[in-house]
Design a protein around this ligand. Structure first.
Ligand code: HAM
Length: 419
């Protein structure tokens, strides 16, 4: 009986070795930047109680209301994390990190799950790299986390491909008044808006502003709405800190624009929010998003703690990165049944000495083994031939020049290291 092959779930991806090398390289760059900026890594579960995200990200957000992978176990609703911030905040509270010296600077990386309609750049399982900084509410910290993202893009060679947009969304306590004022202004055109926006009008009016439907956009871009958004008064303290953040960004030579319609898809933000986007990836243009979230720790049961952070979508980031790192293979050991054991030992000795080595024990002819060595991009073929081995020698062939010479096996690793 022939069995049907089982396919991967729609919206998920396999990352094969060639691509995984690019991931590893990118992760390495990120680790180096985080080490320099002194951010510590945190690893939290990919599964949490659903209520964490409902309370953290917001019941009315698209993420929680439509996109969670949730299921019941022992009468409790669990969810695969749709984002990283809520879990990190949960851990911050549960692990007593409130007692750690402040500001506490953390980074994380891993898979996130959102049941969205899959398309280019939008998956159901995707990966984020993120930072969260707890315990200090200053424009300097806001500017630092934004500068950190810029530094990472710079190190990856893509700073020129992404652009930064910043906005002030005020404090959560000021948001109800803002929502009401926005609704009042949009009320006359409510009937002309798309179904989603009509729903959002009651559930989450801010989200109307980033609707992609052109007729809705026309209304939100009208002079009246633009004027209202641009000049909305969020109060002195918020506005001063936001302005100072912008000044710090300019002072660092970072180019950015402000956009009063940038609202973000999660409810926890206060004051400064930002997004990095690109015009190189089609519709899914957001590469990184983040902002300050001063009320979330308290909302999730901790002591009031200001915080700020961002997350980068790694699949999108990787599409911009063009630094394919080939993995170096120092030596490809060509061997034959009579010399398999000797070659096996030699290969391991070379690995222990720090070289990257592969042994061919396929039983294929000499020429085919050499072809395989070339195909893998090996620098050398180390030929453990039957007669040579009997004479206590091996042949080292430089695969780029074609030169070859015989050596004692114990000479090989010093020779390879010299090259
Ligand atoms: P977010 O804007 O929802 O923010 O996601 C951050 C990034 O994740 C997006 O800019 C995008 O690159 C990527 N992303 C989101 N959904 C998908 C998807 N379905 N497929 C591929 N990539 C996707 C957050 O998640 C916040 N937790 C960021 C944050 C951290 N704010 C404060 N701290």
């Amino acid at each position: 009986m022939k069995h049907e092959p089982i396919k991967r779930i729609k919206g998920t991806q396999d990352i094969l070795p060639d691509e995984a090398r690019l991931w590893q390289w990118m992760e390495q760059q990120a680790r180096e930047v985080f080490a320099q900026w002194h951010y510590g890594e945190i690893r939290v579960p990919v599964i949490e109680y659903t209520k964490l995200f409902a309370r953290g990200v917001g019941e009315e957000t698209d993420i929680v209301s439509k996109e969670m992978f949730s299921f019941e176990r022992s009468n409790r609703s669990l969810s695969l994390r749709p984002e990283g911030t809520a879990g990190v905040v949960r851990s911050y509270i549960e692990q007593g990190l409130v007692n750690a010296p402040k500001p506490l600077k953390l980074w994380y990386q891993g898979p996130m799950f959102r049941y969205e309609r899959p398309q280019e750049g939008r998956q159901r399982q995707f990966h984020q790299l993120g930072v969260e900084v707890f315990g200090q509410d200053t424009a300097y910290i806001d500017a630092e986390v934004i500068a950190l993202s810029a530094r990472l893009f710079e190190k990856l060679g893509i700073l020129g491909d992404v652009s930064l947009t910043v906005n002030n969304v005020g404090n959560p306590e000021h948001r109800p008044a803002f929502r009401e004022a926005l609704k009042q202004r949009l009320h006359p055109v409510l009937e002309e808006l798309c179904e989603d926006c009509q729903r959002r009008y009651t559930t989450n009016p801010l989200r109307m502003l980033d609707c992609k439907v052109p007729t809705c956009q026309a209304h939100y871009n009208s002079e009246e709405i633009t004027d209202f958004l641009t000049h909305y008064d969020w109060g002195d303290a918020t506005t001063t800190a936001y302005r100072q953040t912008l000044e710090l960004l300019s002072g660092m030579g970072l180019t950015f624009k402000t956009d009063p319609k940038l609202v973000r898809g999660l409810d926890y933000y206060s004051r400064t929010v930002f997004e990095w986007s690109t015009d190189k990836l089609g519709a899914q243009s957001a590469v990184c998003g983040g902002g300050r979230y001063n009320a979330l720790v308290e909302q999730l049961g901790g002591a009031p703690t200001p915080a700020v952070g961002w997350a980068i979508g790694l699949e999108r980031l990787l599409k911009l990165v063009t630094s394919p790192q080939t993995s170096p293979l120092d030596a490809y050991v060509v061997s034959f049944p009579e010399t398999y054991s000797a070659a096996f030992k030699l290969a391991n000795q070379l690995r222990e000495a720090g070289l990257s080595v592969e042994q061919d024990s396929s039983g294929k002819a000499f020429g085919k083994q050499l072809q395989a060595a070339n195909k893998r991009g090996a620098s050398y073929a180390l030929i453990v031939g039957v007669d040579e081995w009997a004479n206590g020698e091996v042949t080292l062939k430089n695969l780029s020049t074609g030169e070859q010479k015989q050596y004692k096996p114990e000479e090989v690793n010093t020779l390879l290291f010299k090259e």
